[in-house]
Design a binder for this molecule. Sequence first.
Ligand code: ZN
Length: 311
Amino acid sequence: MPILSLHHVTATVDDAQADLDFCLDGLGLRLVKKTVNFDNHHVYHFYYGDERGTPGTIWTTFPYANRGVPVGTKGAGQVTVTSFSVPTGSLSSWRAWLAGRGIAVNDLESRFGEPAVAFSDTSGLTFELIASGHDERRPWAGSGIDADIAIRGLHSVTCVVRDAAKTIDLMTGLLGFRVLEETKGRIRVGVSGGGPGKTMDVVHDVNAQPAVNGLGTVHHVAMAIGSEQEQLDLRGDLLRRGAKVTEVRDRCYFKSIYFREPGGVLFEVATIQPGFTADEPLATLGRDLKLPPWEEPHRADIEAALAPVKA
Ligand code: ZN
């Protein structure tokens, strides 16, 4: 089965500096790439993750403040919650850490046996920290957060759809997910045995309002695939099922295809290679503004138009 794990989650956010402060100081992630939106080079694209931005740990943002993009609406056809994995027993420390940064934290009812808390960033995105005893991934050690509690990577995402049947059919029939657990209105699916970084929750509600893309909403979720050949094979399979799939796009740090699952959520399938060390060394990932080769001739214009930020 082609999909190995989650790869990354990408959201539209408001202010670039506020986003950096929240993700670096608040969440303790590493900035692994500072580049621009390849489809709009006047907007930053920040990638955060573990030390090297391992697929399954990556959170990415487009800060669209002051560019005429309205606030979005969470709803059906969208990822509405991004959940990170933290160690068992760490949630009280996280409550204090986030409260100390002015972030209000809500306790959630334990879900599938795992306790969790929820909070928002200044754009209105919803995040969860889910305490898991089954996450062996090593956290980024360069943040101000103790390694005993630090984020291990993505835990899962919550997709909202009106009717789960076709979504689950695609995920289990073609992408390699299995239904792991189910509660009222929520179906948990996983790949490669599931667990943190390999899990998605499909929340279904026939009355859910439709999502509107905009500030404070997740744009898409990407899943990792092992090779470019497997990606091409999967693209062919999706086309044969009638899905509208993009051509393979070169994102410099991975290659991607995009399609909407039947419930409307934008899915991306991204390769593991070449990764974020493709254009700068591991030690200094995220320090300099990196541009794709085709944008380099415009570097002066691009840099002049971007608001300076401190990471
Ligand atoms: Zn993406």
